[in-house]
Design a protein around this ligand. Structure first.
Ligand code: NAP
Length: 251
């Protein structure tokens, strides 16, 4: 039997796909054959045009994922636009930086809500549909801070560690229903999210010194892992957190 990375006929929902890692994943899924709904608060016109250019259907769903309020509508609109959801990519995320001793409750709540709470409840809503159909793939975007504590980002470390936990918890209960749940832990990838780090000369040098590959990753570097975890090739892979980090965690 040929190993399949083909997503022809599949439908994907990707959050936060107007830019960065989400945009690269949405485009790669469409290049592999999937129709794609993108959900977020900013206009994703560049992503929609790039998906359409691959010949696949692109659906835009406006939603602020800072709370669970739009979650059910989001799934309903994706189903209305694509008729099914085979693949969910929970990519939308934020980071707040401050010294531990000054870290505010607002910065704690915002990051936990967007990066962890919404990720869980959107997965739950999509999984109800997937379980009914007996198949599906959920891909959560984790972080190196799923494994490490970081500096000045306690709510982000807590949320991304939580993403690792719910990835495994969801995988255990959904495997018997034909749904695989995995996470990708990107290393240092050049996006808006990391612009502040890249422009801090000292931090940038310290980071590069620790990456065996010797450079920042690009959003496209994450896309191949996403296609693998969305495709039949990964049907026996579940509950895993795949680091795509230029070797950072191996040091
Ligand atoms: P990015 O360029 O800042 O993209 C983040 C995406 O999430 C944007 O589309 C953003 O939309 C969306 N988003 C944030 N809050 C939202 C909300 N309340 N409602 C709807 N959409 C919202 O950052 P990125 O680096 O591509 O990050 C993507 C994911 O990878 C995140 O989960 C991040 O934690 C993770 N990650 C990134 C790195 C890295 O090195 N870059 C490393 C590890 C993990 P707006 O444009 O409207 O803000």
């Amino acid at each position: 039997m040929a190993i399949s990375f083909d997503l022809t006929g599949k439908a994907a929902l990707v959050t936060g796909a107007n830019t960065g890692i989400g945009q690269a994943i949405a485009l790669a899924l469409s290049e592999a054959g999937a129709d794609v709904a993108v959900a977020g608060r900013s206009e994703p016109s560049e992503t929609l045009a790039a998906i359409a250019a691959t010949g696949r259907k692109a659906v835009n769903i406006k939603a602020d994922l800072g709370s669970t309020e739009p979650v059910q509508r989001l799934v309903d609109e994706a189903l209305a636009g694509l008729r099914r959801i085979d693949i969910l990519v929970n990519n939308a995320g934020i980071i707040r930086r401050d010294d531990l001793l000054d870290f505010s409750e607002a910065d704690w709540d915002a990051v936990i809500d967007t990066n962890l709470k919404v990720l869980f409840f959107l997965s739950q809503a999509a999984a109800r549909h997937m379980a009914e159909r007996g198949s599906g793939k959920i891909i959560n975007i984790a972080s190196l801070l799923t494994f490490q504590g970081g500096i000045r980002v306690p709510s982000y470390a807590a949320a991304k560690s939580g993403v690792g936990g719910v990835t495994k918890a969801m995988a255990n209960e959904l495997a018997p229903k034909g749904v695989q749940v995995n996470a990708i832990a990107p290393g240092y990838i050049s996006t808006n999210n990391t612009a502040a780090l890249q422009s801090d000369e000292t931090r940038n040098r310290q980071i590069l010194e620790r990456i065996p590959s010797g450079c920042w990753g690009k959003p496209e570097d994450i896309a191949g892992a996403a296609v693998f975890l969305a495709a039949p090739a990964s049907d026996y892979v579940t509950g895993q957190i795949l680091a795509v980090d230029g070797g950072w965690l191996a040091r």
